[in-house]
Design a protein around this ligand. Structure first.
Ligand code: KG4
Ligand code: ZN
Length: 357
């Protein structure tokens, strides 16, 4: 069974073909990230226009890279939420049109669930991909960390899960993006904070971890403000000084220390909650998903703490499958089809920008 996955919820236009929920046959991604870099974040209108320009060639490339014609495709999976409205519309309208024209079943996929399913890919003929040897097992604890989402979810089985906790404000990736902006580091913030942090002292600053009453919830607004205050102090400026002018007053060593210290506590925050949930629920597998799952610091801290807690060895997927991609949606689509989940009506499927888990 081969499923074509289409993803357009944010700034990546992506399509991929996945076979039987575990074999990656192609993975095509066109990103408009460079067009947003000068604004320090994604501009929805620019992203949507870019999707319109490239979605058809991206799908054609995904099919040809997989060596497939439309006859080989058993269904189309598309992200219908959560995401930016204008961006989701392009993917959903394209998928609806193709489902009608090519007479294929259509599967409406939740973007955040999709991120988790990137971890189910275990083989590929594509060169250079590092994939886990085995699929994760249920019960499965998933730490979902991206630019738009920070959630801890317990899956009892496919499509049967409980949201244990989430951020009260910024997602962790969003917090990285905002701290990078304060430090004058390029967008997206996760990788640039990670690069700057490599030369810094993670204990140079003791930024506070936010205290939140609900057991598995957390918050990044306090730590982010603490970074701003620390930078103002380093620069000898008060809170009324324009924050976008602070970065020019910092030297490279100061930026590296702030980046390393913030990265340490941001990662510790989500790892603390994951270990707590591991101890309470004893899942058979633990996975991380979403753009920030590519973070080497998150991978290092989680593997170390999970081992110390007597947990399973954690297998990480290829960083290209952590950020937005069509393969995760195609994989989730395979399970929709395999488990005979309801198909979407190609004449009426609508987008759900605020879809939750
Ligand atoms: O999953 P994703 O591509 O899009 C959303 O669904 O939000 O995640 C994007 C986020 C951005 O905030 C970016 O800063 C972060 O993932 N990110 C990383 C890395 N690559 C992307 N964070 C840390 N380390 C990375 N290597
Ligand atoms: Zn995403």
């Amino acid at each position: 069974m081969k499923i074509l996955g289409i993803e357009s919820s944010c700034d990546e236009t992506a399509a991929a073909v996945v076979e039987d929920g575990h074999r990656l046959l192609s993975n095509t991604v066109a990103s408009s990230m460079h067009e947003h870099a000068k604004y320090g974040g994604v501009v929805p209108e620019i992203a949507a226009r870019s999707h319109i320009e490239v979605i058809v060639p991206v799908i054609e490339q995904a099919l040809s890279e997989a060596g497939c014609t439309w006859d080989d495709i058993d269904g189309i999976a598309v992200t219908y939420g959560a995401g930016l409205g204008g961006c989701l519309l392009v993917g959903v309208m394209t998928a609806r049109t193709l489902a009608i024209a090519k007479d294929k079943p259509l599967y409406a996929c939740n973007h955040v669930e999709g991120h988790v399913y990137a971890n189910f890919l275990t083989s590929t003929p594509l060169p250079g991909y590092a994939l886990p040897a085995e699929q994760p097992k249920f019960p499965l604890l998933a730490l979902i960390v991206s630019g738009g989402h920070s959630q801890l979810v317990l899956f009892r089985d496919h499509f049967d899960y409980t949201l244990l906790g989430q951020t009260h404000d910024d997602a962790i990736g969003e917090a990285f993006d905002k701290v990078a902006k304060i430090l004058g580091l390029p967008y997206p913030g996760g990788p640039s904070i990670s690069m700057a942090a490599a030369k810094g002292d993670p204990y140079a600053f003791n930024f506070p971890k936010a205290k939140v009453a609900a057991k598995y919830d957390y918050s990044f607004s306090g730590p982010k403000t603490a970074v701003l205050r620390a930078v103002q102090e380093l620069c000898g400026k008060t809170h009324d000084f324009p924050s976008f002018e602070l970065a020019a007053l910092l030297n490279e060593a100061q930026k590296a220390d702030v980046a390393a210290s913030f990265q340490r506590i941001a990662v510790e925050t989500v790892v603390d909650k994951t270990i707590q949930a591991f101890e309470e629920f004893s899942p058979a597998s633990v996975v991380i998903a979403g753009g920030v799952a590519a973070s080497p610091e998150l991978r290092r801290q989680l593997a170390e703490r999970l081992k110390a807690a007597g947990g399973p060895a954690i297998a990480y997927t290829d960083p290209r499958l952590c950020t937005d991609n069509g393969a995760m949606i195609a994989t989730l689509g395979c399970f929709h089809k395999q488990l005979a989940r309801p198909v979407a009506d190609p004449y009426s499927l609508t987008i759900a920008p605020n879809l939750s888990m």
